[in-house]
Design a protein around this ligand. Structure first.
Ligand code: SF4
Length: 611
């Protein structure tokens, strides 16, 4: 501040993550955006929430404090699916755990209010966004009130907040009071008087005691998520009302390009002495687009980034790569070109009228929509141009791909296999039981099997030794032990091995969490089995890892419970090697660069496919 000649800030950002000046991190992106509009912005990263002085180190900001828990919900960041405390935190220097509080948005907002009486407080990011209405909280095992009630923040910005934040700053700068701002898209607020026009959701008191009311609220909220036609919503909490305005409109290509052209250093704050694991993961990766139209039940990306794909121009992406490749330490490898789902770059709805009124949660489920444009030429052209750049030696696509979409993208499929897999392609069927994939809103097993065959066949034709790494979830609503027996058999018979099992965690805001809480699908009312006991969850996980010797007893127990003992021999026989490995022969080359064993292990430990 002294170097810039600032005696005060306009906006103070408070964030639960380490400060990395890179467009992959929301706080940095928004801070650079406000800075480019002439605001004086400071970022306070991982402050000591018990000490008000820590919040005063840059003085009282003139307009407001913008508070975020960080890139993850703080409870997900702190606890495993089994509610055990995590020992590390990828968003903190040295991976050290414990640098942010539980329920960070609430704790930071209280600290700001203590440090600066009367300063407007604005909350945002994943934690605030997905807890904007009454929601089931897995860690408390109950329905919690809107985070607006618990934090007492003045305004909540949900989803991707660029437009709302810029407009808010402008209006406050022009002298409007934050208490008078009721109409801003992409925001929610707590007010005394209910709105005359907003759609009424069942009240907090109803959804916290009645599962059917909770399901009705979830369904109504989902129906109003279309930014082009969504209506304001409101939910009574005691004698006050949470008003949620319609989502912000998606950014146009030029707007998105402008964001990525902001002068990021692409580095962590120079004061840090230790490596930040999340930075190591993204430092050489490029975000080509945002949004996802997959609509998987367990994922909240569609709720946060929206269903409309917002793609950057080729020019903007190539410029960013040019800057990156000139940066000290770049060794020629781009680790990822992608977004929430890599193969959605450049895609979208072809029918603006239908898109405006669309209420589907997914453009791909239960069947790909006839209005969906799946033309892969733009993505293929982009990857080709990146490969030809002078200082780029290898380009990988590490973001997840939707294989049901890939069946319409032959050119992208070929490019991917030939140049960008790096030996292993992570895909996420999540289950191979059709009953379960229906609850998950994922494509069924036939589509996955077809993809697997095509992948193996084409890899052989290309003379490439590469394999599929399948990601599956255990304990997902709808998954019974008998389903998992079928999944284990499928894996065995298709010579696939799961290396990492994700135990289902009911994170705030997702459809799967709603089903977990209510035991019913909110869209069709059908009852859904929910694995809740640690015993059932353990057996499900063991079935996915049937090939590991330590799973043997649990696998045999699960087979007995399902009266499928005859499969014991087949499932617990000697450990197999993946068929994909078996095509290794003299003269067959690896695609891209083969990661060393050590590196592969590390990548698997830190990389989670976004789909
Ligand atoms: S009309 Fe079809 S393609 Fe368009 S947004 Fe709706 S589901 Fe997606």
């Amino acid at each position: 501040m002294a170097a810039r000649g600032w005696d005060e800030l306009d906006v103070l950002f408070i964030c639960g993550d380490a400060y990395i000046d890179h467009p992959a991190f929301g706080t940095s992106l928004l801070a650079r955006l406000l800075e480019s509009a002439g605001y004086r912005v400071g970022i306070l990263s991982q402050p000591d929430w018990k000490n008000p002085e820590a919040f005063r180190c840059m003085g009282r900001p003139r307009l407001f404090a913008a508070i975020s828990a960080g890139a993850m919900d703080s409870m997900v960041n702190h606890y495993t699916a089994a509610k055990k405390i995590r020992r590390d935190d990828a968003y903190t220097p040295g991976g050290t755990a414990g640098k942010r509080p539980n329920r960070a948005v609430i704790a930071y907002t209280a600290a700001v209010k203590g440090a600066f009486k009367g300063l407007p407080t604005v909350i945002g990011g994943i934690e605030a966004s997905l807890r904007r209405l009454a929601h089931y909280d897995y860690w408390d095992d109950k329905v919690r009130r809107s985070i607006l009630v618990d934090s007492k923040a003045d305004l909540l910005l949900y989803g991707m907040a660029e437009t709302a934040l810029l407009t808010l700053a402008e209006r406050l700068k022009n002298g409007e009071k934050i208490s008078d701002i009721h109409d801003l898209r992409g925001t929610a607020r707590l007010q005394k008087e209910p709105s005359d026009t907003a759609i009424q959701l069942p009240a907090f008191e109803a959804v916290s005691s009645d599962c059917d009311a909770y399901n009705r609220a979830f369904k109504r909220l989902s129906e109003q998520q279309n930014p082009f036609s969504g209506k304001p919503l409101q939910q009574v909490h005691g004698n006050r009302t949470v008003l949620v305005n319609p989502p912000a409109l998606p950014l146009r290509e030029a707007e998105l390009d402008r964001l990525y052209a902001l002068p990021f250093t692409r580095l962590p704050h120079p004061g840090y002495r230790e490596q930040i694991p999340a930075f190591a993961q993204i430092r050489n990766s490029i975000t080509s687009h945002r949004g996802c139209f997959g609509g998987c039940a367990f994922c909240a990306i569609t709720h946060h980034q929206g269903k409309t794909i917002q793609s950057r121009s080729e020019h903007s992406i190539l410029q960013e790569i040019d800057r990156l490749t000139r940066q000290k330490g770049f060794r020629g490898t781009l680790t990822d070109i992608g977004g929430p789902t890599a193969n959605m770059y450049g895609l979208g709805c072809t029918n603006p009228a239908a898109e405006k009124d669309c209420r589907r949660g997914s453009c791909l489920f239960p069947q790909p929509c006839k209005n969906l444009q799946t033309d892969d030429r733009r993505a293929v052209r982009l990857l080709g141009k990146i490969r030809r750049l002078e200082r780029v030696r290898h380009v990988f696509v590490a973001s997840g791909v939707r294989y049901d979409l890939l069946q319409f993208q032959q050119r992208y499929f070929d490019e991917l296999l030939q140049h960008h897999v790096g030996g292993r392609l992570k895909v996420a069927p999540e289950s191979t039981s059709d009953r379960v994939t229906t609850v998950m809103r994922k494509p069924g097993v036939a589509v996955f099997t077809d993809f697997l065959h095509r992948f193996r066949q084409r890899s052989r034709q290309l003379g490439l030794r590469q394999e599929i790494v399948p990601y599956l979830i255990s304990g997902h609503p709808g998954c019974e032990l008998s389903d998992m027996v079928e999944v284990a058999l499928y894996l065995k018979r298709h010579k696939l091995q799961v290396e990492q099992v994700q135990d289902f965690t009911p994170t705030p805001g997702s459809l799967a969490t709603c089903i977990y809480y209510t035991g019913k699908d909110p869209f069709n009312g059908s009852s859904v089995h929910v694995p809740r006991s640690p015993h059932e969850k353990r057996l499900q996980k063991a079935l996915l890892l049937y090939h590991k010797p330590e799973s043997r007893q649990d696998v045999l127990e699960a087979l007995k419970l399902c009266q499928r003992e005859e499969l014991g021999e087949e499932l617990t026989a000697h450990q197999i090697r993946s068929a994909d490995h078996s095509i290794s022969q003299a003269g067959i080359k690896r695609s891209g660069v083969k990661p060393s064993r050590k590196k592969t292990k590390r990548r698997l430990a830190t990389k989670t496919p976004r789909h």
